[in-house]
Ligand binder design. Sequence first.
Ligand code: ARG
Length: 261
Amino acid sequence: MFVRVSVRFAVALCLLLTSFALLSVAGEKPLYVDGIDAAFPPFSYIDENGDPAGFDVEVVQWIAGEMDFEVKIVPIDWDAIIPTLKIGNIDMIASGMTITQKRLEQVDFTDPYWSIDLAVIVREEVDEEGEPFPQFNIFSAIAAGRTIGVQRGTTSQTWIEENLVDEGVAVKLKLYDSFLLAVEDLLIGRVDAAVMDEPTARSAIAGRDATIVGTINTGEIYGYAVRKGDDELLSLLNEGLKRIKASDEWDRLVEKWLIGD
Ligand code: ARG
């Protein structure tokens, strides 16, 4: 008696669970986790309410809606972001990442969506007439003897290493976990200059005593990164990029985040 009841119960339970599983598979959209640097405005950051914000965040959210997938956006240390993608804790990186030869050995990139140069920023002081003047010009800012702040693991770090340090120009490179920390140290005089992607420089110095004294024309191209061989997500993103670029939403987001003010 007991055995019969429990077998029946087990069968019923199995049927119930199976139908739930089928239901949820049929009704659910695929979920992809997007890793961002929490301190890279205007492309990606965590805002004062703790929510992800920025150009890349809104582009990816639009693409997810358009291409019918769910996206969860999580902050990841920039320095660890590619290893985190490779081990599968995140599925994509949409965070102002430059497509480089070295990264292409480790990840796949979408089609390019934006392009930038590097900006050199210095402290700005005020002269007797109350006029602001920068501490250095573009040449003296990155000359021998200067201490330059950059974010660790970025193209800014690579550019300074390859073009100054390796060429025998005795600059001191100070590495930070984020560009925003480099700007804080610049403002209190711990570094003489900071180098970073130009849109981020503009956003980071807005309203602060710092200014852009020039740009290094690296002409870097941004793409979204996915795990090598993840062609399914790669084509969703590429198709999504194609559609958003053809829509008014693209102009609205470019205006809002990248060229507005
Ligand atoms: N574009 C530069 C690079 O790829 C800087 C990117 C920094 N991005 C970020 N989310 N911190 O290295």
